[in-house]
Design a protein around this ligand. Structure first.
Ligand code: CP
Length: 306
């Protein structure tokens, strides 16, 4: 059995479906007035974050606490990393304190893969560089399943910075394994060559990418990319690639509007689209807690098939 969740690339469709089914059950707990279960009683969960986070870190912490685990957070800025301690030594130190689940976010792709074989704790990838963000894609898939009744056969358009996004990679692996048709769109400078090999269609215009889509998912434009000359200005990005009410009409009338957050209003989407009736961005956040409860519970019960 796999003791870790490092990415959706290495999970089979049945494992992904199992997580989504378990998360749907966990969601019932979130609707109770008293959100407390004994699923992780006596277990210890540590969040080790080398990058900023609001949604992922808090939802892992809340999920652990709702399931009665001992939960703690460490950020690089407030830890001995600042004194020169290596990632490996930091992870071994956390492991030596009886940690059962180590949730890691790191700016280097592959950081959780490096640590997982060195510790007895289950390692969960909470976002590594430009590689994967598996629990984000799982919460996206749970949201789509709830709203559309399933994933198979749906047209999903993902718009934005495809090259630097770990969210898009996890979503491509997960959605295509569950039978969706995935299109990506964005400026040529933000689309990696060869992405078609992952089984997606590539479009250089937003309109073409979102025609007849069941889901329009925006990706955050990482503001630092503009400084590297990958697009001229945010205003120009919005003009050509931003999704406003007019462009959204190219998708199906009941298309879902999704975004992993944090959103740059007036860059990836207009405020009207973000706050509009088709937006399920808040539901994505709620589902993040349910998915993280499911993943931690399943790992504590033996993990996923090899
Ligand atoms: N979607 C996401 O990973 O958000 P945070 O960076 O706030 O965790």
């Amino acid at each position: 059995m796999k003791k870790d969740l490092l990415g959706l690339k290495e999970l089979e469709a049945k494992d992904i479906q199992n997580i989504l089914d378990t998360a749907a059950t966990m969601k019932l707990i979130l609707k109770q007035p008293s959100k407390k279960t004994p699923h992780l009683q006596g277990k210890t969960v540590v969040n080790l974050f080398y990058e900023n986070s609001t949604r992922t870190r808090l939802s892992f912490e809340l999920a652990a606490k709702y399931m009665s685990a001992n939960a703690a957070n460490i950020t690089a800025s407030g830890s001995s990393v600042q004194k020169g301690e290596t990632l490996i030594d930091t992870a071994r130190t956390i492991n030596a304190m009886g940690t059962d689940i180590l949730v890691m976010r790191h700016n280097m792709s592959g950081a959780p893969h490096l640590i997982a074989p060195l510790v007895s704790a289950s390692v969960i990838n909470a976002g590594d560089g430009m590689d994967e963000h598996p629990t984000q894609a799982l919460l996206d898939m749970l949201t789509i399943t709830e709203k559309k009744g399933g994933i198979k056969g749906l047209k999903i358009a993902i718009i934005g910075d495809i090259n630097h996004s770990r969210v898009v990679r996890s979503n491509i692996y997960g959605l295509t394994k569950l039978g969706a048709e995935v299109s990506v769109g964005g400026p040529g400078t933000l689309i990696p060559p060869g992405i078609e090999r992952l089984g997606v269609k590539v479009f250089r215009s937003v309109q073409e990418a979102i025609v007849d889509a069941d889901v329009v998912m925006g990706l955050r434009i990482q503001l630092e990319r503009q400084k590297s000359g990958l697009f001229p200005s945010l205003r120009e990005y919005y003009r050509f690639f931003g999704v406003d009410e007019k462009r959204l009409k190219f998708a199906k009338p009941d298309a879902l509007v999704m975004h992993p957050g944090p959103v740059n209003r007036g860059v990836e989407f207009s405020s009207g689209v973000i706050d509009g009736e088709q937006s399920v961005i808040d539901e994505q956040v709620t589902n993040g807690v349910a998915v993280r409860m499911a993943v931690m519970y399943m790992l504590s019960r033996g993990g996923f098939a090899e």
